[in-house]
Design a protein around this ligand. Sequence first.
Ligand code: SF4
Length: 449
Amino acid sequence: MSSSQPKVGFVSLGCPKALVDSERILTQLKVEGYDIVPTYDDADVVVVNTCGFIDSAVAESLDAIGEALAENGKVIVTGCLGKKPEQIRAAHPDVLSISGPQDYQSVMSAVHQALPPKHDPFLDLVPDYGLKLTPKHYAYLKISEGCNHRCSFCIIPSMRGDLVSRPVDQVLREAERLVRGGVRELLVISQDTSAYGVDVRYAPGTWQDRSYATRMKDLCEGLSELGVWTRLHYVYPYPHVDDIVPLMAETHDGMPKLLPYLDIPFQHASPRILKLMKRPGAIDKVRERIARWRGICPEITIRSTFIVGFPGETDAEFEELLDFIEEVQLDRVGAFAYSPVEGAAANALPDPVPEALKQERLARFMALQADISADKLAAKVGSVQRVLVDALDGDLAIARSMADAPEIDGTVQIQDGFDAGLKPGDFVDVTIMGSDEHDLFALVAPQDD
Ligand code: SF4
């Protein structure tokens, strides 16, 4: 249709925050009349959105740039690794331009220079919710950039700067557009969701004739008006997280106001290690808080991440972590062996844990959590759950319950999904028939209508 249009190839690497950056750049490219093409051969220029969080991500980004240069030759680099231009230039001196995360302007200038736009407003219409890289029925909603914390293992603040919150009315309008475009689940992301609005002193904004503060709880109240699932990610364990848990137990038009799901990285359970990490160290308070949240909303799913083998972690401190995991029985857990990210303050700490020991600890940690997860999922057998269908796979419909975030958690595999005529984006009630360590197996439940 628009074969005479200039053509851009796009490689998107990294976390959901980088994905949102990619979506913004792609939307802008489309608005300006560029075709987005899927192969290097078809592209006139290639944009690579990189990740620079850990060493393996740096290597993957450098490889992706190398591949794009070899296959196409004209490459524009952006994203987190763009904060280290010398590292990119050392490996790939021929890239056309390098910019950091959220620097849409620089990416667009570089594209304009390499490939002047040819805008045809009749051919290049963009839906008003922009272009999305996720399936049509769920979308990431980025509410802020940067972070005011200085966790010693993390270089995000040095790459992305201090917290900058988006005005609440702007976020709510974006969410509204996404829902109009078919989105059924909003995944709220940031570096630190619970700090939302601190930088702007919780400034008020107006949406649908109502005033909302730029604050996590108000944002959740506003999103609950949209009649879709809202899931919170990257919630820092502040005391005021308590304020939003009651919303998870409330419904609005039959939908939970906020999904009973909290992605809250605790990182460790030893007060000394937490202190070295520059994270809140009052682990007893965390225990109390988890019990309180479960009291308010018994069906809450708590997901967390942990780092094992942090510099100086002793056998006893690692056992403390295992005891904590055993005791609090979190629903979903991710763990990483400590990896010294270039530029992180923690690298200077004494007594690094040898690699083999880190891996041994990680394996023990994951084995324990696998047992916990298997028991937790087995307890759901026989229950009826509302799920959201993501895809069809032969006879199966692959769906997720309120307890499952896309990409990182398990799935609910509906055995009779095809026969029941399910489609991606459908909500349906299912009866859980079986389970394993990660996933649930279900049949469509008799529907009420
Ligand atoms: S809260 Fe998260 S983004 Fe902020 S410094 Fe800590 S780990 Fe990094």
